[in-house]
Design a protein around this ligand. Sequence first.
Ligand SMILES: Nc1ncnc2c1ncn2[C@@H]1O[C@H](COP(=O)(O)OP(=O)(O)O)[C@@H](O)[C@H]1O
Ligand SMILES: [Mg+2]
Length: 304
Amino acid sequence: MIDTENLTKDFGHLRAVDNVSLHVDEGEVFGFLGPNGAGKTTTVRMLACLISKTSGKASIGNFEVGNGSDQEKIRGMVGLLTENVGLYDELSAYDNLDFYGRFYKLSLQKRQEQIKYFLKLLGLWEKRFQPAGTFSKGMKQKLAIARALIHDPKVLFLDEPTANLDPEASKTVRDFILELKKEKRTIFLNTHLLDEAEKICDRVAILKTKLIAEGSPQDLRRSASGRRIKFQVRQVDDAIVLIVKKLGFQVIESTGNTLLVNVNDPEKENPIILKAIEAVGAEVQFITEVSTSLEDVYLKLVRG
Ligand SMILES: Nc1ncnc2c1ncn2[C@@H]1O[C@H](COP(=O)(O)OP(=O)(O)O)[C@@H](O)[C@H]1O
Ligand SMILES: [Mg+2]
């Protein structure tokens, strides 16, 4: 649904997005991660045809970004939630959505249907005549996402949808995104929040001007660090550490009753380590995998 090939954007001498090639399937929720200034917003603005690209290719569905006659089609196909939400505080929830529906030249009937659908989905139908300014931050943000969906776009770009929201409002918005996921819409989510990406996204990419990693959150977690297995014994001693190291394994931590070992293939390597520990006279009580958080991977990649 979304494809880019060496997509690049320069602002004068500054390269904001450098040769980014990525692919997002239809119906996928794709997380675009990266620190501030990584080029996430710039990428999305190019994909939504709000700014021109410097070089490379990008397409949404069958339409080319940057091709004059395709631009209009892409604009109709995508919905965008930007950093500044753009709701009118003094207009009611209904009128806010109606305003954007008119902007997209939807018929009266289509507007009525869409607005009712979304306000019900948001639990705001009863409050449809209240000014948007009276809503909580989380509600406002959900209304803003509904606004971005009013013309029923196939692709939804969400640029940091939970930035500046308190934890409760963030959760409200995240739950709404999970709800939207059921509709099989393609969602491209810019975020610098890793746990958010992990909760919502099927796949993620990490951007730092260039693309530095791409995969499922689970793939990324595994790729960067191998897997960590915790062996619990009564008391870790030098003999245990030595024998495991001798087998060529990296011992990450050895304290008290815990030996933390980096392995690549636990199904094969766990039994080898287990036997080695038993060979020096110790008893293994528990073997568990310690998951590496996406955050560890992200920091390693972003700093590296
Ligand atoms: N209109 C612009 N003119 C000049 N530089 C810009 C413009 N927009 C963004 N940049 C620069 O491009 C880089 C990427 O910015 P941005 O895409 O906003 O990053 P992110 O959304 O990942 O925080 C930053 O260094 C930013 O200062
Ligand atoms: Mg941004």
